[in-house]
Ligand binder design. Structure first.
Ligand code: NAD
Length: 304
């Protein structure tokens, strides 16, 4: 299968790097010249717990040099999904499947502006990665990848893709209810990311204080209500326990939003807590806690 990764940052390099070890034809695409040049000249170095591995995927800045692919995996930040699809239209043919394992809400709709909904696979990944320097990433944590069609029931095609991911080393499950997956991961991020960024604390700190536990709970309950209005039902108390459990289990991690604030980068707040506010307005549901968290993070982004 001819596969392109759109966005060869931390996660795109991880998935693209591992996929390049299979028999598939794999291309990384990024607008970041240093990253592309370094990968092509010295390889992609992945820092694993067991040590460093060096892989040699091919990286490109110009998608026209690659042409249309069978599968495009999108790994840009959620606020760049639409523009990245537009800039990489040369990769997309009528049968190209586009897969998003990004965080946040709204990626599917942005992808659907460029390809048929029946060609979109969405999902979640529990892997974590961070960029160390051009051509060099750290594989910070492992876990399952879940994928599912947004609007299709071609089991053969999605099982083929799951098989490729498994051969690359990603434990992968196919799900028939992809929106539940996307919402579930979104609600975890809603409960953890903004609070850690505002308070500048690691995930585990959130469950050590009654005040932060209360805020997490309120943000999560708002999101569960909005998810229900959008057609995805969760047991609210179970979801609160799940989010707190993940904050505990990842206690020593700094969320991506905290890292973005500390590194003065734009965050994915609009696709996380901001998306709850926006969807809440559509369904006439008040989301005051998520609204405050969204405004606080936007204000932090504006600080010099
Ligand atoms: P990143 O910033 O490390 O990588 C994004 C890459 O996209 C960058 O290299 C950037 O140059 C590139 N890019 C931007 N515009 C582009 C374009 N038009 N064409 C091609 N490339 C373009 O981000 P990341 O941490 O890898 O996260 C990507 C997505 O995965 C986000 O939605 C994030 O929430 C999600 N995610 C990240 C992790 C993690 O541990 N990092 C874990 C799970 C999910």
């Amino acid at each position: 299968m001819k596969i392109a990764i759109i966005g060869a940052g931390a996660m795109g390099s991880l998935y693209g790097g591992y996929l390049s070890r299979t028999e598939e034809e794999v291309y990384l695409v990024d607008i970041w010249k240093e990253q592309v040049d370094e990968i092509n000249s010295h390889g992609l170095s992945i820092q694993e717990k067991e040590g460093e591995i060096l892989l040699h995927p091919k990286a490109f800045m110009n998608p026209e040099e690659i042409g249309t692919v069978d599968l495009a995996i999108v790994f840009v930040k959620s606020f760049l999904t639409s523009i990245a699809m537009e800039k990489n239209v040369a990769l997309l043919g009528p049968d190209t499947i586009v897969m998003s394992l990004q965080n946040g809400y709204g990626n599917i709709d942005q992808i659907a502006e460029h390809v048929k909904r029946s060609n979109i696979i969405a999902g979640t990944t529990a892997h974590g990665a961070s960029l160390l320097s051009p051509g060099h990433i750290r594989h910070a944590g492992s876990g399952d990848t879940h994928i599912g069609w947004v609007s299709n029931d071609d089991e053969g095609r999605i099982n083929e893709i799951a098989g490729i991911l498994r051969r690359a080393g990603f434990a992968t499950e196919v799900s028939a209810n992809v929106m539940e997956l996307v919402w579930s991961k979104l609600i975890v991020n809603v409960g953890i990311n903004a609070l850690t960024a505002v308070l500048r604390v690691k995930n585990g700190e959130l469950i050590r204080m009654d005040e932060t536990k209360d805020l997490m709970r309120m943000a999560v309950l708002e999101a569960v209500e909005v998810a229900f209005a959008a057609g995805v039902k969760f047991d609210a108390e179970k979801m609160v326990r799940k989010v707190m459990g993940i904050a505990f289990a990842t206690g020593e991690n700094s969320s991506s939003m905290l890292q973005d604030i500390l590194n003065k980068r734009k965050t994915e707040i609009d696709a996380i807590n901001g998306a709850i506010v926006e969807e809440g307005v559509k369904h006439s549901i008040g989301t005051p806690v998520n609204s405050v968290l969204t405004k606080l993070v936007r204000a932090l982004e504006k600080r010099p």
